[in-house]
Design a protein around this ligand. Structure first.
Ligand SMILES: [Zn+2]
Length: 129
């Protein structure tokens, strides 16, 4: 597939080697998160009563489990974003904010290649506006 690069000058489209770099990052993340979500990593097993010594350590164990469940939710959410980002990479709109259409920017994508929004839109969403 031959894609026409935008040449209107006000955008710096990602090069094909940058896109390939992000594709590899996303695939690695996807593999790691899938392993976690499918329970192949430690820390997400149910709390067994006999694994706890006394009340406090059971409380701790429950707290740890709740944290693990919260992490699991985040991992699943992130996995969805990664799959969406991989789909965007197949087309032309990877690296564009899904909200305002601006470039997300190479440094931000390096830190979070699955990011669907630019920093401004992400902040706005986190503040609930
Ligand atoms: Zn935006």
């Amino acid at each position: 597939m031959v894609l026409c690069e935008a040449e209107d000058g006000n955008m710096a489209p990602l090069t094909s080697s940058q896109r390939e770099e992000f594709r590899q990052m996303l695939l690695t993340l996807q593999t790691e998160l899938k392993a976690m979500v499918e329970g192949r990593s430690s820390g997400t097993r149910p709390v067994a009563p006999d694994s706890a010594i006394g009340r406090i350590s059971r409380m701790d164990a429950i707290q740890i489990q709740q944290m693990a469940q919260a992490n699991m939710r985040k991992a699943k959410q992130r996995l969805e974003q990664i799959e969406a980002a991989l789909n965007r990479l197949k087309g032309d709109d990877f690296g564009e904010c899904a909200e305002c259409g601006d470039d997300i920017g190479y440094p931000r994508l390096r830190a979070r290649p699955e990011a669907p929004f630019c920093v401004l839109c992400q902040n706005r969403r986190e503040q609930g506006n």
